[in-house]
Design a protein around this ligand. Sequence first.
Ligand code: NI
Length: 170
Amino acid sequence: MAVRKLRIHPDPVLRERCTPVTSFDQELHQLLDDLGESMYAHKGLGLAAPQIGVPVRALVVDVDQREGAPRLLEVVNPELVATSPETVVGEEGCLSFPDEFEKVKRPLRVTLRALDRHGQPWELTGEGMLARALLHEMDHLEGKLFIDHLSRLKRSLVERRMRKLQRAAS
Ligand code: NI
């Protein structure tokens, strides 16, 4: 297992539409292990494969780690089954946008179908933070980022700060 380098916006891999996982082999297991380890190391609630530079449909989420009871969800090839009509506005961040937090409106509940690391199907309904994290990470698989949910003004402010960060790093 290894903590992998995070891809930071505007890295083009973050805008790719990710390809489905077809082999449930050692390579996938390594990817999921690295996703989990990298998420915990960077104190994220979720991490999608493109964020470590691998544009495939795999992600991890753990919204319970802060309560001292980690529950790692490994999600492969997820499909949205249903979202609640009720929405909730909540603060959201992303490991590909260091120190950026913005309010985003999301469905309160989500049901999804996915595969586990062995290719076995499972289904999950999540609410609140879990629903938010799952929807945020699933967006990543479409090359969609949380700033896409913001107003143009807010988005341009985030983009400006990210360019500044990029200049400072280079
Ligand atoms: Ni993210």
